[in-house]
Design a protein around this ligand. Structure first.
Ligand SMILES: NC(=O)c1ccc[n+]([C@@H]2O[C@H](COP(=O)([O-])OP(=O)(O)OC[C@H]3O[C@@H](n4cnc5c(N)ncnc54)[C@H](OP(=O)(O)O)[C@@H]3O)[C@@H](O)[C@H]2O)c1
Length: 239
């Protein structure tokens, strides 16, 4: 790590898309601070990077913890918000609205309050990148709740890009990506779903976390892109 690319905070950096982003950015000259709730998981996740990554464990759903964290970072150049939720899926006629509410609490509110909490330390001309989900833009039965959570964030992106200019605000909107997010599904069913879903996509397979990390790295690095929601979904939005 030489840090020449700037200082980046990746919230949700101990697993999946966030972890792939941490690794890609660290390899390409950024100074990276990775966060998650579980300090051991964080340490283990970045162990192969020889201490190059600074880690901080706290709950991104806790505004006080976010404010205390950003009080310690000094000025940052970029913020990536890859915290996950998980609840909120299901056909609407049987959708558990308490679970949908928890889904908003686990993703929408942490993303929005993290972006707001970072503003005092975000360098003018820096960037914020949200990781949303392509469910926000497609009409897949069983995903109205997940679509609502992610579309709520995506709706804010172009407006924040104007309000916070010259800082840039973008989102990456992934399709199905092979990460621990899916680990609640039994292994055999998960494999079968990945196979089946992948075969229906224009690219013929599901995504890998580093492919989304590559999209995030582009949005961080491209100074002429703001207010964009980049689909990174193997073409799912085309179906
Ligand atoms: N995988 C997919 O197919 C897919 C598709 C579309 C969109 N996405 C979105 O992509 C983002 C990343 O998902 P992923 O698949 O990479 O998930 P993941 O592998 O489960 O990783 C989630 C990360 O977020 C952290 N996290 C979760 N809640 C947190 C909280 N309250 N405070 C701090 N850290 C928290 C986790 O660490 P701890 O466990 O230590 O908290 C972990 O580092 C999510 O927003 C997800 O909705 C994923």
């Amino acid at each position: 790590m030489n840090g020449d690319g700037g200082k980046v905070v990746v919230l949700g950096g101990s697993s999946g898309i966030g972890l792939a982003t941490v690794k890609r950015l660290a390899r390409t000259g950024f100074q990276v601070i990775a966060t998650g709730r579980d300090s051991e998981k964080l340490r283990a996740a970045v162990a192969d990077l020889d201490g190059a990554i600074h880690t901080e464990a706290f709950d991104g759903a806790d505004r006080g913890a976010l404010d205390r964290f950003f009080n310690t970072t000094g000025t940052i150049d970029h913020l990536v918000i890859a915290l996950s939720g998980g609840e909120g899926a299901g056909l609407f006629n049987e959708l558990d609205l308490a679970a949908l509410r928890r889904g908003f609490e686990a993703k929408f509110w942490p993303h929005v309050q993290a972006a707001q909490a970072a503003l005092p330390v975000l360098r003018q001309g820096g960037s914020i990148t949200f990781v949303t989900a392509i469910s926000a833009q497609i009409a897949n039965p069983g995903t109205s709740g997940l679509a609502a959570i992610n579309a709520a964030i995506e709706a804010m992106v172009p407006i924040l890009a104007r309000e916070l200019a010259p800082s840039r605000v973008n989102a990456v909107s992934p399709g199905v990506v092979e990460t621990p997010w899916w680990s609640a599904m039994p292994e055999a069913a998960r494999r079968a779903f990945f196979e089946q879903h992948g075969s229906e996509l224009p690219v013929g397979r599901i995504g890998q976390p580093d492919e989304v990390a590559q999209a995030i790295a582009f949005l961080i690095g491209n100074g002429y892109t703001t207010g964009s929601i980049m689909q990174c979904d193997g073409g799912l939005h085309l179906l």
